[in-house]
Design a binder for this molecule. Structure first.
Ligand code: SF4
Ligand code: ZN
Ligand code: ZN
Length: 186
């Protein structure tokens, strides 16, 4: 298989060969300039792929400033940096974030199971895209049965009050404060 090095040697006029300093400059603005120059390079994709696969951590490769971005790529921190910058997260960061979310859900699920299964556990199963376990399913069924019983009880209560006469509430007279006997001075 042809290496990137061979490809570069065979391709005349590569931007990074004409003005190499900017590609590995300490200054972000220089590297941004270099990344823009890569846009005209026929090896852009091969170069980027090589840098990602070989884990380059410095300089501009295939239009990507590996110095600035990938330090945290593939981690939750990297994912948050993408979000903070208002850009779509790269694949390694998306995977890292998804793995963390799943890990947290599994931890929560373990707690719900330790407590014997729950409605919340059922929801977590659902978010994990898996069928609920028997214990969580039983908790959901029990909750539904409880709601049905409560509804039925409310219905019976309404029926009882409707059948006890006019149905209007009995208003008890409130005590008249002025009616209290005042203590007589001796
Ligand atoms: S894409 Fe790679 S080979 Fe092409 S100019 Fe940029 S750094 Fe050089
Ligand atoms: Zn990333
Ligand atoms: Zn469960």
């Amino acid at each position: 298989m042809t290496s990137l090095h061979d490809l570069m040697n065979r391709t005349p006029g590569l931007p990074c060969r004409l003005d190499p300093d900017a590609w590995f400059s300490d200054f972000t603005l220089d590297r941004r300039y270099a990344a823009r120059q890569c846009g005209a390079c026929p090896l852009l994709l091969a170069c980027r792929l090589y840098a990602l696969e070989s884990g380059q951590r410095w300089g501009v490769w295939g239009g990507v400033d590996m110095t600035a971005v990938p330090t945290y790529c593939g981690t939750e921190r990297g994912y948050r940096m993408h979000v903070r910058d208002g850009e779509a997260a790269c694949e390694p960061c998306t995977d890292a974030h998804a793995a963390l979310v799943e890990k947290r859900r599994r931890e929560q699920l373990a707690q719900e199971h330790a407590a014997g299964g729950s409605v919340r556990g059922y929801e977590v199963h659902r978010r994990l895209g898996e069928p609920a376990c028997a214990a969580c399913l039983a908790a959901v069924r029990e909750q539904s049965a409880q709601s049905r019983r409560a509804r039925a009880q409310r219905g019976r209560g309404r029926a009882r009050s409707a059948s006890s006469g006019s149905g209007s509430a009995v208003v008890l007279p409130s005590p008249q404060t002025g009616a209290h006997a005042l203590p007589v001075a001796s």
